[in-house]
Write a protein that binds this ligand. Structure first.
Ligand SMILES: O=C(O)CCC(=O)C(=O)O
Length: 282
């Protein structure tokens, strides 16, 4: 891959079913990465916390040191044996007895080329529906993270991060062409906001945005929305799953970013004399 005139690639959004069986979840992820390669994909993306159920009480149980834990080893091997880039959704990361919600990225040699710890922890209290406080079990990360795939520069966020347009704008300032958010929205908020948020971040920043969920399964308190989705730099949805266990394979063309940015040059028209979004720290 990645010849000098490479301007696109096929991406897999892996909407797998997550169960309470960690070994099974890892095995399913590995199999679906292999299928993505067979379908001609250069990049496979997994959902948030894919190695266990999305429950506060289970994060520590499923947590691992990165990159020496079993999930990291499986992702590294899957990337290498299939010669594919893998955005490993996220897993609970154990570091100095603290837990982070961490995304790892693997290149086709099986090397870890980026990590990202969720910066905005999920905390909502929706009357009559979802209550969740990730901070009861996890610590926030403190930095942004990008990686290069051919000519594409890709920025990383996780789920709730997509609600913060400033973060996406900082990635645009860093020259990103695509944002990837491994996610697991609950169904009530998914219905209201999932598509709107994906399209908004894509349109605001004139880039591709991939929002990758697990499949919906019955759960007493947290029913995952599904509907993995990708929007293009026009803000159009170019692929969307249902709520079921399924994967999407989508061709991305980097030249669309350049076309939109030339035709609607908002980045050059920003009034930095009136406002600014600036990055603090790294
Ligand atoms: O923002 C939302 O509605 C859901 C966020 C979420 O589920 C998460 O960050 O894990």
């Amino acid at each position: 891959m990645a010849s000098s005139n490479f301007s696109g690639f096929r991406v897999a959004l892996i909407q797998m079913t997550i169960t309470g069986d960690k070994a099974k979840n890892i095995a399913v992820a590995v199999k679906r990465i292999q299928e993505a390669k067979q379908k001609g994909c250069t990049l496979a993306i997994l959902p948030e916390c894919f190695n266990g159920l999305y429950e506060i009480e289970l994060f520590r149980k499923n947590a691992e040191v990165i990159p020496s834990g079993e999930t990291s080893k499986a992702l590294s091997q899957a990337a290498k044996s299939n010669q594919i880039y893998v955005v490993g959704g996220s897993i609970p990361e154990l570091c100095d007895d603290k837990i982070y919600n961490t995304c790892t990225v693997w290149n086709p040699n099986g090397n870890m080329i980026a990590t990202y710890r969720k910066v905005h922890l999920f905390e909502v209290n929706i009357t009559g529906s979802t209550r969740f406080r990730e901070a009861d079990a996890m610590m926030p990360g403190n930095s942004l993270s990008t990686f290069q795939l051919g000519k594409f520069k890709i920025g990383l966020g996780i789920c709730y991060d997509i609600r913060f347009p400033e973060m996406a704008e900082l990635y645009r300032q860093q020259g990103c062409d695509m944002l990837i958010y491994p996610s697991n929205f609950c169904t009530p908020l998914g219905i209201l906001h999932w598509s709107l948020l994906t399209r908004s971040r894509a349109l605001d920043n004139q880039m591709f945005v991939a929002f990758v969920s697990a499949a919906r399964v019955p759960h007493p308190t947290y029913v995952i929305y599904g509907h993995s989705m990708i929007a293009d730099p026009w803000g159009q949805v170019i692929g969307e799953a249902t709520e079921k266990d399924m994967d999407l394979y989508i061709d991305l063309d980097l030249s669309v970013c350049e076309n939109v940015r030339q035709q609607i040059p908002t980045e050059k028209q920003k009034r930095h004399d009136i406002y600014d979004v600036i990055q603090k720290g790294n």
